[in-house]
Design a protein around this ligand. Sequence first.
Ligand code: HEM
Length: 131
Amino acid sequence: MSSTEITSDKELTLYERIGGAVAVDTAVEVFYRKVLADYRINRFFDGIDMEKQVAKQKAFFTLAFGGPNTYTGTDLRNAHTRLVKMGLGNDHFNAVMEHLSATLKELNVPKDLITEVETLAESTRKDVLSR
Ligand code: HEM
């Protein structure tokens, strides 16, 4: 499904409405490019195998948007404990949220869908930051 076919039909999952696998794949790739270019947060990604990371994130976002479940990673709290020990906090989380919103906007995802994704991502803050 191309991004021009996105509808706001509430019968469809967020995954389908956003444009399915192609849209998720593109979004994750654009998103990581922004994250890795951001001096405020890129130190957290030092030594991380980004190919594996991108694949995990695609599976995770697909699942989170209500698409097919191919995510085999660990839970968000455990995945980020090491980073919290490195100083990961609200400002870093906000920077990631910024890149997520900018990515979806750049890909012409409709505003109401961006809001849904933002709400979903925001709901993980406590787990990601071990609060
Ligand atoms: C919307 C909030 C976030 C979500 C949904 C998210 C999701 C994920 C997922 C699914 C993984 C893979 C877990 C696994 O290994 O199985 C992961 C790992 C990781 N995340 Fe996040 N994350 C979020 C916020 C952040 C933030 C704010 C940072 C840093 C600025 C960050 C940096 C990382 C790093 C470096 C890893 C790899 C950790 C490692 O392999 O040791 N994440 N994240």
